[in-house]
Design a binder for this molecule. Structure first.
Ligand SMILES: Nc1ncnc2c1ncn2[C@@H]1O[C@H](COP(=O)(O)OP(=O)(O)OP(=O)(O)O)[C@@H](O)[C@H]1O
Length: 267
């Protein structure tokens, strides 16, 4: 069976920095794959490459068996790939449902462009997009906040709206770059539960997340990066138990004696 996503021997060089150095990986349909690695190991760069915001220096990308290494970033969404960002990127003077509605139609646009774009849609199309947005808000449990403005919502719910906006384009693959950054433990658990529900719906996901315990709880597989190299892949436990991963996080000597990584998971 062909994997949903294939990344083959991807290199990304920023001047002298080798942010990715020959990374190959695959994601099967229905998988929830976690990417771990210390700061600066190349996680965000890999997400950038997969979503075509970052041009690889070399390497191949395939989605459903077809190369998309030359597809421009603005067309990636129409292939069935969506993402959320490390920081909240909602438009503050549009309501929650309007923010999500935009996700159902267009990606990465400025506010004036969005307002003009919405005005130009026929009533029928606006109605269709609104119905999709309302369906997605219901899916993430946020129907009651649909008419609120993002600034009126707690931070955890704003991040949930971001996920809803990405879902509105009905992606087959969703990439989440630290969706729980800045959240407390209860909020992190709720987002973890939501991602598990989306997995049960059949959505394939790639997750960058520093909370290793959460990753262990929800991911079906994991890979680890260090200095732009893929150093381990397997189940989340196999990956965090890999001596190279422990060394990457802790340094060689400490890794031989102590594992806060495993402690975090076991707690
Ligand atoms: N646009 C850029 N120009 C130059 N260097 C970059 C650029 N983007 C990333 N890098 C470098 O590439 C390497 C990988 O960065 P990347 O952001 O992918 O790591 P990361 O694992 O996501 O880190 P973090 O966990 O801190 O977000 C780092 O050394 C970083 O400084």
């Amino acid at each position: 069976m062909t994997a949903l996503l294939e990344v083959e021997d991807v290199h990304v060089h920023f001047g002298g920095v080798r942010a990715l150095d020959g990374v190959s990986m695959q994601v099967e349909e229905g998988e929830l794959l976690g990417i771990i690695g210390p700061n600066g190991s190349g996680k965000s760069t890999l997400v950038g490459v997969i979503t075509r915001l970052t041009d690889p220096t070399s390497g191949e990308l395939r989605f459903r068996g077809r190369s998309y290494a030359s597809t421009p970033a603005h067309r990636v969404n129409s292939l069935g790939i969506a993402r959320t960002y490390q920081s909240v990127r909602l438009l503050p003077d549009l309501t929650v449902v309007e923010n999500v509605l935009i996700g159902a139609a267009v990606t990465a646009v400025s506010r004036p462009a969005v307002v003009n774009w919405l005005r130009l849609r026929s009533r029928g199309e606006q109605g269709r997009l609104r119905a999709v947005a309302e369906e997605v808000l219901e899916r993430v449990g946020m129907t009651s906040s649909s008419k609120a403005y993002p600034g009126e919502l707690p931070y955890g719910l704003q991040r949930r709206v971001e996920i809803a906006r990405a879902l509105a384009s009905k992606p087959a693959l969703l990439l989440l770059d630290e969706p729980t950054a800045g959240m407390n433990q209860a909020e992190r658990r709720e987002i973890g539960d939501l991602l598990l529900e989306l997995k049960a719906d059949g959505l394939t996901q790639i997750l960058i997340e520093h909370d290793l315990a959460m990753k262990h709880r929800i991911c079906s597989s994991a890979i680890a990066l260090d200095f732009g190299h893929l150093i381990a892949s397997g189940t989340p436990r196999e990956v965090v138990e890999d001596p190279r991963v422990r060394e990457a996080y802790l340094g060689k000597q400490a890794a031989q004696n102590y594992s806060p990584v495993l402690e975090a998971i076991d707690s």
